[in-house]
Ligand binder design. Structure first.
Ligand code: ADE
Length: 228
């Protein structure tokens, strides 16, 4: 079973439209779609925006559908000059950029209890996502993807996240899904397409580029399902 989570309707609708034999089950207000794509078992959900919804969704998916792997798909703001709108960012690891116990002497982003900052994605999942992005006519980079409960739209915040975590893209769910997968021993990956520049100049690109970015993320995950 391959689990796929997107935050918004536009991030899951293409994949939903190619699913066959679809059944639905609602848990904690989230609709889980199970069915088949390329003959493979899929569970798909729209978690809603932000880290709490993402965590609830990942936990419910793991406990109820027992996926071998969860891939978080969707859009992100770029943190690097080398990724532009419609390009692809694949996480090698994820971080919570808004998790801060630094006044207690901890590094920024430290997850107390498990004592790590970066949650590593499954290496085979990363490799396969990278391979599946190749046929697209856009740039693809692997690196750290940073999540927080905010839409990043200032150069100050953007450069803080880039410099502190060496991150290439920012969004609002990936680290929560990775965190839940990590504590449950489930493989995970995060695949995002760039929708905006995450600063004053270009965060308004978002409305225009979300549909294009969501389509690119769909193309990669579709290839991934075929190859997995
Ligand atoms: N998702 C897409 N663009 C984003 C941004 N700039 N900040 C946070 N999440 C995003």
């Amino acid at each position: 079973m391959i689990g796929i989570i997107g935050a918004m309707q536009i991030e899951i609708e293409h994949i939903k439209s190619v699913m066959e034999y679809v059944k639905t089950k609602e848990i904690s207000g989230i609709i889980f779609y199970t069915g088949k794509i390329y003959g493979k078992d899929i569970t798909l959900a729209k978690c809603g925006i932000g880290k709490v919804f993402a965590a609830v969704c990942a936990e419910a998916m793991i406990l109820n559908f027992k996926p071998d792997v969860i891939v978080n798909i969707g859009v992100a703001g770029t943190l690097t000059d080398s990724l532009n709108t419609a390009d692809i960012a694949i996480a090698k690891s994820v971080v919570h950029h808004d998790l801060d116990t630094s006044p207690l002497g901890d590094p920024f982003g430290l997850i107390s209890g498990i004592n790590i900052v970066n949650i590593e994605c499954d290496k085979n999942v990363v490799r396969l996502l990278e391979k599946c992005a190749k046929p697209l006519d856009v740039k693809c980079e692997c690196g750290v993807i940073a999540s927080g409960d905010q839409f990043v739209c200032t150069s100050e915040k953007k450069s803080y996240i880039r410099k502190t975590f060496n991150a290439i893209a920012c969004e609002m769910e990936g680290a929560s899904i990775g965190h839940v997968c990590f504590i449950n021993g489930v493989k995970f990956g995060v695949l995002r397409a760039i929708s905006d520049g995450a600063d004053e100049k270009s965060h308004m690109d978002y409305q225009e580029f979300v549909p294009i970015a969501a389509k690119n993320s769909f193309k990669v995950i579709k290839n991934f399902i075929e190859e997995y």
